[in-house]
Design a protein around this ligand. Sequence first.
Ligand SMILES: NC(=O)c1ccc[n+]([C@@H]2O[C@H](COP(=O)([O-])OP(=O)(O)OC[C@H]3O[C@@H](n4cnc5c(N)ncnc54)[C@H](O)[C@@H]3O)[C@@H](O)[C@H]2O)c1
Length: 300
Amino acid sequence: MAAVEGSEVGGSEVQLAAVRQVAVIGAGLMGAGIAQVAAAAGYDIVLRDVTPEALERGLGTIRSSYAKFVDRGRMTSDDAEAALARITTTTDLDAVAGADLVVEAVFEKLEVKAEVFRALDAICQPGAVLASNTSAIPITSIAATTQRPESVVGTHFFSPVPMMRLCEVVRGYKTSDSAVAVAKAFGEGVGKTVVVVNRDVAGFVTTRLISALAMEAVRLLESGVASAEDIDTACRLGFGHAMGPLETIDLTGVDIMLNAASNIYTDTQDETFAPPELLRRMVAAGDLGRKSGRGFYDHS
Ligand SMILES: NC(=O)c1ccc[n+]([C@@H]2O[C@H](COP(=O)([O-])OP(=O)(O)OC[C@H]3O[C@@H](n4cnc5c(N)ncnc54)[C@H](O)[C@@H]3O)[C@@H](O)[C@H]2O)c1
């Protein structure tokens, strides 16, 4: 907390201290993960999705993940029960109106996020911080759909949220120091190491770097320079990466990486990020990586 109370934070301590109720919009892979770590850290969570089925799936994931932590002795069953009891699920967006911090984790499409942020703008209390878990959409574009762009910030968590230690906090063009401080305190409060991205260039730092590497890896494969295995081995053994770029695409989802790189390419017009034809054809064919059983590798 000491780092957050530094001089650039200004008068945000009151707001920081007040963050208690957190709403998470979207109970998919990321939303459920964020709700899970936040509830375990003691925050009260309202988890909102559009259908009861999506909420039940999200809650099921959280329940089984807590059970694994308990089995491994990393959490007591009492703490897991208490954390679960701090999560309320709802399909009613009005239920998030009282939140101090809202973290949006819906589909990675500006139109979908814009609809959510316009609705949040209309119902949330003044001073509430509205965060997006987007991987690549500029926070400034999301913020511009609201009348309170100073309160909109990026909190980019990584998958699987309970395991991955990083959170990128992203400042949009009009994001206030206080909203950045609240987001940073939240990221640290749920046990992550936070890096602050001072300008919301498309892809921020992490998606920008992995997209450049991954698109080049696909181009090398496509043009027959090396096999998928050799490209990944080169990165693992040559650079000490935990995973090669093509393995990373398979894990993240071929469609997700195509979308992320396309967004950066649209914004920058930099050919580094132009998705190669092979990636588009894989998505059209349904080879989406681990989740579909096949991507650059056979996962069946
Ligand atoms: N999957 C990853 O590895 C990863 C990593 C970092 C960031 N992200 C980002 O996190 C966000 C969510 O990704 P995900 O993988 O969890 O997606 P997901 O498809 O697993 O989940 C999205 C959820 O949002 C719900 N939803 C859609 N519209 C909604 C609305 N209006 N209100 C409430 N819920 C709504 C859907 O029903 C779904 O349950 C995206 O912006 C994505 O780019 C994803």
